[in-house]
Design a protein around this ligand. Structure first.
Ligand code: SAH
Length: 263
């Protein structure tokens, strides 16, 4: 999947397993040709859709949000291909960050109003009691509001918790964070879960401190961070109660794409 050595080792296991099942396959060929040829076709189909997923994924990490919106507007079916591949990748993660955010929300007041930026299948909204505004480029559920999240229809200072769970994909990701800052109430929460390898400076990733500093300059304070998970980092910010009137130049780091390897 992403460029983590340990993770790659783990993912190769099924391939290693294939050679161990050679004997079994031979047996199936003798028992019935159709069984082995259909499993071959299944494998080819999976390989093709896996390739398609990786292509869409790379596109989303290397274009702006508005380009991504037009991309899916032209062919909304690509969104299903993307999400089927995304769910498949998630199966290999020991823990899903969205579940940690769901737990965080359950540990806080259900009266907090939430905005889920890049909600995917709106799993977060389906699992909490809070009022959740879910945004994505395509609506897979009637509750999802279709937009480029750099420009949501939310009122300014109307939200208690802004969530970005693996969704800072566009090259203009700083615009998404600016939008979150606009819609959050003073002292509102900004929760970010992102792929760990994107913040590994020894491997071309961004310096997580530089990233946090840039967000703080936008008008937040870093409340806590959690780097304990193997695949993702979690950052918890709070919007400052009073904003500095001077607009500062913010030195945003580049966030490298999270490219998934062929399995
Ligand atoms: N947060 C969900 C889905 C993560 S996948 C989860 O954790 O399960 C990332 C999602 O962000 C994708 O569905 C993608 O379409 C969405 N996304 C990326 N850029 C976006 C943008 N500019 N505006 C709205 N959604 C965006």
């Amino acid at each position: 999947m992403e460029a983590k050595k340990g993770a790659n080792r783990k993912r190769r296991t099924p391939q290693n397993g294939e050679s161990q099942t050679k004997k079994k396959r031979k047996h199936e060929e003798v028992d019935g040709k159709s069984k082995s040829s259909s499993s071959f076709l299944d494998k080819m189909r999976a390989r093709l859709s896996g390739g398609h997923f990786r292509m869409i994924n790379e596109k989303l990490y290397t274009c702006t949000g508005s380009e991504a919106l037009s991309y899916f507007e032209e062919d909304p079916a690509l969104f299903n291909v993307y999400h089927a591949g995304y769910q498949e990748q998630m199966l290999h993660w020991p823990q899903q960050p969205v579940n940690i955010i769901i737990k965080w929300l359950k540990d806080h007041s259900p009266s907090l109003i939430v905005a889920d930026f890049g909600c995917g299948d709106a799993r977060l909204a389906r699992n909490v009691k809070n009022k959740v505004f879910s945004f994505d480029l395509v609506s897979s559920d009637p509750s999802v509001i279709v937009c480029d999240m750099s420009n949501t229809p939310l009122e300014s200072s109307s939200i208690d918790v802004a969530v970005f769970c693996l969704s800072l994909m566009g090259t203009n990701f700083s615009n998404y964070l600016q939008e979150a800052h606009r819609v959050l109430k003073p002292c509102g929460w900004l929760l970010i879960a992102e792929v760990k390898s994107r913040f590994d400076p020894t491997n071309g990733g961004a310096d997580p401190n530089r990233f946090s500093k840039a967000i703080c300059k936008l008008g937040f304070t870093l409340e806590s961070k959690d780097f304990s998970n193997k695949m993702f980092i979690l950052l918890y910010f709070k919007k400052k109660e009073k904003q500095n009137s001077k607009v500062k130049e913010i030195d945003w780091p580049e966030l490298k794409p999270c490219l998934y390897k062929r399995r």
